[in-house]
Design a binder for this molecule. Structure first.
Ligand code: PLP
Length: 420
């Protein structure tokens, strides 16, 4: 019989015994900051609680998926309505087309959409699609960007990736024009696609330089290479129409996830009909999935996009993030702590670095020990941030100016302990 465990110690023990590392995704183990994993029992608005009723202002927000905060009543209502009518059909459901239409209306580069159960699968399939469309095999990616855990997109980051697959992926530094030119000189005619996070969130937040994106678009066009934006994080986050509308660069294919599932598992590939029609059953690029276009994820995502469109919270979110970034910078300066705060939209990273962070190498030079003391100190003062300097903090519409003030107050106390 399943035992109901009430005290926090037992929760953690049980998780450690039966789950690898006590988690189902490595960063959740908090190892980078040397802290015990948190076993969450509840999320409400901007707050999250654990089994021993400790509560934090949550700046992880489902790693960016929860732009409306935890347990948003509108999303919950839509989910209840759907679950009462059946949770899975394995057939086309009404909400799928409605969500695809909402995405297509938000992002002019997208005419058709294929949903998947995760961002990983969407990236993996998008690469297959690009290879089929171009008849080429190589993929250009950037250090510090993350595109899920398929073999070809994990090169040099995991054991178990065959050398033959690794050779098909070229990895160069982000925001590095010379490296970009060199990659196209050497491999331009062999590349199927360039895959990048148009605003990086997985080396901490790193904003692309305008000239880097402009040249990337130019080179991909000239060499017949598909430009693929991974907007799993940035889609409906940095603007309703994602980074592509905000930065004014139009990709050939887009990968989405997170926000478009309203907190449920999702991914998507979107692009012009002419490219998308290469996917089965119209074309011969295979993709399928029992849970693809899951009805509950579709209604949660659709409701989320409708609320975002109706309420247009982006200016307010941006102002909150600016308040947070400025507050943290001031607090660090007062304590004599050298930090670089990168932010765009409602995503933000505090790097313990004394030089601007423009690429992964810069992020790697930031001090992990001081970051760990900062993250742990904040947690002790009731603020939960991602337990790694290579992640982004996320704000949601449930966060208020008061929450941000509390985060800044906590940061002020902690900087004094972390030191300069
Ligand atoms: C930019 C980016 N792409 C792809 C993925 C993979 O998405 P998923 O975790 O849904 O497989 C992530 C996950 O964090 C991501 O941040």
């Amino acid at each position: 019989m399943t035992q109901v465990i009430v005290d926090r110690g037992s929760w953690i023990e049980e998780a450690q015994r039966y789950l690898v590392g006590g988690v189902n995704s490595p960063v959740r183990a908090f190892r980078a900051v040397g802290r015990e994993a948190i076993v969450v029992t509840k999320g409400q608005g901007a707050l999250i609680s654990d089994a021993s009723r400790r509560t934090w202002i949550d700046c992880i927000m489902g790693w960016g998926a929860l732009i409306l905060g935890h347990a948003h009543p509108g999303v919950l209502r839509a989910v209840r309505r759907q679950t009462a009518g059946g949770v899975l059909f394995g057939l086309t459901n009404q909400a799928e087309a409605a969500l695809a239409k909402a995405i297509s209306e938000a992002m002019p580069s997208i005419e058709q959409v294929r949903f998947t159960p995760s961002g990983t699968e969407a990236c993996m399939t998008a690469v297959r699609l690009a290879r089929a469309c171009t008849g080429r095999s190589k993929v250009l990616t950037f250090e510090g960007c993350y595109h899920g855990h398929s073999d070809g997109l994990l090169v040099k980051r995991s054991e178990g990736v065959p050398e033959a697959i690794a050779q098909e992926t070229i990895v160069i530094p982000y925001n590095d024009l010379d490296a970009l030119e060199e990659a196209f000189r050497r491999f331009g005619e062999q590349l199927a696609c360039v895959l990048l996070e148009p605003v990086a969130a997985n080396m901490g937040v790193v904003v692309p330089e305008a000239e880097f994106l402009r040249r990337l678009r130019e080179l991909t066009r000239r060499h017949g290479v598909l430009l693929m934006f991974d907007e799993v994080v940035t889609g409906f986050r940095v603007a309703y129409g994602g980074a592509q509308t905000r930065l004014g660069v139009t990709p050939d294919l887009t990968v989405l996830g997170k926000i478009i599932g309203g907190g449920f598992p999702v991914g998507a590939i979107g692009g012009p009909r002419q490219l998308m029609q290469r996917l089965a059953p119209e074309g011969t690029v295979y993709h399928a999935g029992t849970f693809a276009g899951h009805p509950v994820a579709m209604v949660a995502g659709l409701t989320t996009l409708q609320l975002l469109q109706r309420r247009a919270p982006y200016e307010r979110l941006e102002a909150l993030a600016a308040q947070l970034a400025d507050g943290i910078r001031d607090a660090a300066q007062r304590a004599g702590a050298a930090v670089e705060v990168n932010h765009l939209g409602s995503m933000l990273t505090v790097f313990f670095a004394d030089q601007p962070v423009r690429r992964f190498q810069d992020a790697q030079r930031a001090d992990p020990a001081r970051f760990a003391r900062f993250a742990n100190g904040l947690a002790d003062h009731g603020v939960l941030i991602p337990p790694s300097q290579f992640e982004a903090m996320f704000l949601s519409t449930a966060h208020t100016r008061e929450h941000v003030e509390r985060i800044v107050q906590a940061a002020s106390k902690v900087f004094a302990q972390v030191g300069g």
